[in-house]
Design a protein around this ligand. Structure first.
Ligand code: FBP
Length: 512
């Protein structure tokens, strides 16, 4: 396959950067966090435009960070291609198993043969990934030593909100210590919560939501055929409900919970349980003892009485204190209403960035339990055969959709160009993604413009703001307009498997 066959011309030519006619301040809320990033604070939005020149040979490092997302391998291929085309003699050094690879200096060089083995291949298995955080003097200085020892001109961190925060922190540290290596971030995450006026969507979201929608659609049709099970499907996506909302629009199930709506309308756990019980009763009256309910994995954090409990658990777990005996009276009441197995899931260790590991909490089982409780209270004696599902890891590593494949090659090329332009603390961004690729516009977006202060591990820290579902925007509005019609009248959609037109698996595997 001609590796550039799908890329539009403006992403193939060499870029140069120029001040943008668009204004950051006019298009997004900006917080003043300059005291935390004095070296990166003086930044402006730049556009990548045609007219770039051949660069001298560069030494560029790359690392995959955080959860897997389809297209990651193509970002690396895009970086490699750009260097190969416009910075002859460059070397691309890949750090293994996530940020830890940068800390300990564990790396391998990307060669032309391996590039062609991984182009358009899902997963992160080429380099491996990890959630280690490069934080604190000891780890930052180790990472600095690695980039110095490897004589890097630039390090490209492919990651989500937390990993891109880490890119800014490391870029600041290197600049403060007189290093010449620049740090560039690339927006990755299936969660879709790394988006703003210049990053329409992070890569991986498109592939993941298509994989989940295929399965949800299949389950909907099974429910409609067998007419005996109520399926409660929890979907990955940490805090924001973007994944659930997109899958809802694709498959039109009977009931969908959106965390951000529950927070804004202050809907309680009891009200959710009662709504679900009402749905079962009404469908049963219509001779439909079956149904499909979508649940975002981050739901609990948005429920008013759970928010306080979550925040207390986060503080106590961070401080390594026993949870139950240290909860406030109100939080304890909520905590004690849950079965022990669920309490254990809630109080497990946080991830290295201070997040509760929501993928390990069986919220769908809790909702099934609540539905049963309110059905019993309503004196319901009809059928209710619930089945819980979790769609998570299976969505993160499929072959990238055509969209993610092209987008990621482009993001990689832009990231390489930003290293060539010696920009420090910028994100490789492409906007206008709803248009055909020949109209996409590449940008260099200052990472600090995305950062605000947030409580992590019990302390306020500068981190990239997560973009949650906005109830005033079109996706939610479309959903809100249609959802009543999905409750009893079954309007299920079964989108089927997504199409991929590139080279799907490495030739080596085909040859066996
Ligand atoms: P990133 O933010 O790093 O992209 O990870 C997102 C995610 O896939 C979430 O949707 C999920 O809650 C979490 O990772 C699961 O983490 P882990 O792979 O550590 O179990």
């Amino acid at each position: 396959m001609d590796r550039n066959v799908q890329l539009p011309p403006q992403l193939i030519r060499p870029f140069k950067v120029a001040p943008s006619s668009r204004s950051l301040e006019a298009e997004m809320p900006i917080n003043d966090i300059s005291q935390h990033f004095p070296k990166l604070a003086d930044t402006s939005l730049l556009e990548c435009v045609e007219g770039g020149k051949e660069l001298g040979a560069l030494r560029v490092g790359v690392v995959l960070s955080g959860g897997q997302a389809s297209g990651g391998h193509n970002v690396i291929c895009g970086i490699y291609d750009y260097l190969n085309d416009f910075a002859k003699g460059s070397q691309l050094i890949a750090y293994l198993n996530g940020p830890k690879g940068v800390i300990v200096g564990d790396s391998t060089e990307i060669t032309p043969e391996t590039v062609d083995d991984y182009r358009n291949v899902g997963g992160f298995q080429w380099l491996g990934s990890g959630r280690d955080k490069i934080e604190g003097e000891e780890l930052l200085s180790k990472a600095f030593k690695t980039v110095q020892a490897d004589e890097l001109d630039g390090l490209i961190i492919i990651g989500g909100d937390d990993s891109n925060t880490n890119a800014a922190v490391l870029g600041e540290y290197i600049a403060e210590h007189g290093g010449g290596c620049v740090v560039i971030g690339v927006p990755k995450t299936i969660d879709g919560d790394l988006q703003n006026a210049f990053v329409d969507i992070s890569f991986g979201f498109d592939t993941a939501t298509k994989i989940y929608s295929e399965t949800i659609g299949n389950i909907c049709f099974d429910a409609l055929s067998a007419k005996k099970y109520f399926h409660f499907i929890r979907l990955m996506g940490r805090s924001a409900s973007h994944v659930t909302l997109e899958c809802a629009l694709q498959t039109q199930p009977n009931f969908v919970l959106i965390g951000e709506e529950i927070r804004d309308k202050q809907i309680t756990l009891e009200e959710i349980g009662q709504d679900l019980a009402k749905l079962v009763i009404e469908r049963n009256k219509a001779k439909k003892p079956f149904g499909v309910v979508l649940v975002p994995e981050g739901l609990l954090e948005f429920i008013p009485e759970m928010k306080g409990l979550f925040s207390q658990i986060q503080d106590l777990v961070s401080a390594k204190k026993e949870v139950r005996s240290n909860l406030s009276e109100e939080a304890l009441k909520t905590f004690d209403s849950f079965p022990e197995s669920f309490q254990a899931q809630l109080t497990q260790q946080l991830d290295p960035h201070g997040n509760v590991k929501v993928s390990q909490i069986a919220t769908e089982e809790l909702l099934i339990r609540l539905t049963k409780k309110y059905l019993a209270e309503a004196g319901y004696e009809g059928t209710f055969n619930p089945l819980g599902h979790f769609l998570g890891y299976e969505g993160r590593c499929g072959p990238p959709t055509d969209f993610d494949a092209i987008y990621c090659l482009g993001l990689g090329r832009v990231a390489a160009a930003l290293v060539g332009a010696r920009l420090n603390g910028y994100m490789s961004a492409i906007s206008g993604l709803a248009n055909s690729p020949d109209k996409w516009k590449p940008f260099a977006l200052p990472l600090v413009s995305l950062i605000h202060m947030e409580k992590r591990h019990g302390k306020l820290k500068p981190v990239i703001r997560k973009a949650l579902v906005d109830l005033d925007l079109l996706p939610f509005q479309q959903f809100a307009k249609q959802r009543e019609g999905w409750k009893i009248e079954d309007q299920y959609r079964c989108p089927g498997p997504y199409q991929f037109t590139g080279k799907p698996v490495p030739p080596k595997l085909l040859e066996g």
